[in-house]
Design a protein around this ligand. Structure first.
Ligand SMILES: [Zn+2]
Length: 457
């Protein structure tokens, strides 16, 4: 055997053994109940710390609250290039156990699936990133850049323990040029992988409250300035408002590529969005039939809470409605709220804007970077026949905190079936599940991306 061949063989994982090991770590992680609130990520964090430390990888536990630790590990490169960060969150959303067919933290393997809370969000990313670290170390892969592993607490609504703390107080530990995290994935349609969505940007969640005031009085004598009537009219005006269409690199490429893999009628619609003569009608169609796509094209406004009145025979002097407003990257927020006031069109109604996140909005990650290219090339090998497309998430992830610091972040994930979400098997559902073999394929994808991008030549 030549030395070169020996070296090559030494750096190829034995996938059967590796997959068994991945399954073991994945099941162990799913079996920790890290429902957030309250989180309690400590046991999962300790598990990760021990596995990394036992493998000889330097690892640190960082916590603002000992019950909610973050785990950071680092494999050193030769310093030629700046680090790659692999990130996942250990907390999960809560469960209603009685609604589950298998116990939600059992990680039961059944008919080719692994069931459990967190199997798609986000213990898949945590386990595959962990395994990638272990393999890089075990196979002694020489690195041109450090590879950092971060398992963060609190992604599901308590970021002060997780990403916010890490970014604000421990930035040098996780500072990276690039990051891979949740917020993307392969989509299968009729069992065939047809798209790889790479999350490159997301909308910014913010809240707007409308406060309507009027004269209080006896319910038997209707008053012309009834606060509830005014509020209802304002909500109706906002519901009918088609906020301005806005494009960016990500959404333009997304709809272009989506058209490539869609049936003709649908493809024509996605192309038509750019045609001023057809766009408005198509947007109305999307609003009715593809609300997520409608939202990807604009800052969105959705009424989510309403409050007012306390007795049947009293006209209240005040009523409030809250809107979930998701602004586009690059949106001029002040100008947007000014237009919102104009649509409300009632000077007696206060329009109050409350940001929900304390970070500036970073630019979308670029589509012309070496890492994006590697993601696309690797997809072609591991998921042949699919098309890579960037996507803007309408929801928020922790990538936003890193993008605000200029990190080029890409959201990735395992393959899931389009049909599965509608049947109630998706992330956050009562039967969250992952295809077992797709977990393994996702590790292979991670491994090939990490080595192609971070290995020294
Ligand atoms: Zn998540």
């Amino acid at each position: 055997m030549t030395l070169l061949l020996a070296l090559l063989l030494a750096s190829v994982p034995d996938w059967n053994a590796v997959n068994a090991e991945l399954l073991r770590h994945f099941q162990a992680l799913v079996r920790f109940d890290t429902s957030d609130p309250p989180g309690h990520e400590a046991e999962a964090a300790e598990y990760l710390r021990k596995v990394l430390a036992d493998a000889g990888i330097p690892v640190e536990v960082i916590a603002i609250d000992p019950k909610r630790p973050n785990v950071v590990a680092r494999l050193k490169g030769n310093g030629q290039k700046r680090p790659l960060l692999l990130m996942g969150h250990t907390d999960v959303v809560g469960v209603q156990p009685e609604k589950w067919k298998v116990p939600p933290f059992s990680a039961t393997v059944q008919d080719g699936y692994i069931y459990g809370r967190g199997t798609l969000d986000d213990k898949d990313n945590v386990a595959t990133a962990l395994m990638t670290m272990l393999l890089l170390k075990r196979l002694n892969v020489p690195l041109a850049r450090d590879v950092i592993f971060l398992a963060e607490a609190g992604e599901e609504g308590s970021m002060q323990y997780g990403i916010a703390h890490m970014v604000e107080k421990h930035w040098p530990l996780i500072e990276a040029e690039y990051c891979l995290a949740e917020g993307g994935g392969i989509r299968r349609h009729n069992g065939r992988a047809d798209r790889m969505l790479v999350g490159t940007t997301e909308k910014n969640p913010t809240a707007v409250k409308l406060v309507a005031k009027g004269t209080a009085g006896h319910g038997s004598a209707p008053l012309p300035d009834n606060a509830l009537n005014k509020l209802a009219a304002a909500i109706t005006r906002l519901a009918a408002w088609r906020t301005p269409l806005k494009w960016n690199d990500t959404t333009r490429t997304y709809f272009e590529k989506l058209a490539m893999i869609s049936p003709p009628e649908q493809a024509a619609r996605y192309h038509g969005l750019l045609d001023p003569a057809k766009s408005a009608e198509i947007q109305d169609y999307l609003r009715q039939h593809e609300p997520m796509h409608y939202s990807m094209l604009r800052t969105s406004v959705a009424a989510t809470m309403i409050q007012g009145g306390y007795r049947v025979n009293i006209i209240p002097s005040e009523a409030e409605a809250v809107f979930d407003v998701r602004t586009m990257p690059g949106e001029n927020v002040d100008a947007f709220f000014e237009s919102m006031r104009k649509v409300v069109n009632d000077p007696s109604i206060e329009v109050i804007h409350t940001p929900r996140r304390n970070v500036p909005i970073g630019a979308p990650s670029r589509l012309d970077t070496p890492l994006y290219r590697i993601l696309e090339e690797t997809q072609k090998r591991i998921y042949p026949g699919a098309v890579t497309m960037p996507v803007m998430s309408t929801g928020g992830t922790d990538k936003a905190y890193l993008q605000a610091r200029g990190v080029q972040c890409y959201g990735i994930g395992p393959a899931t079936d389009d049909e599965d979400g509608a049947k109630g098997f998706g992330a956050h559902s009562d039967q969250e599940r992952i295809l077992e073999h797709e977990l393994y394929r996702f590790l292979k994808f991670n491994w090939e991306v990490a080595t192609a991008f971070a290995a020294a030549r």
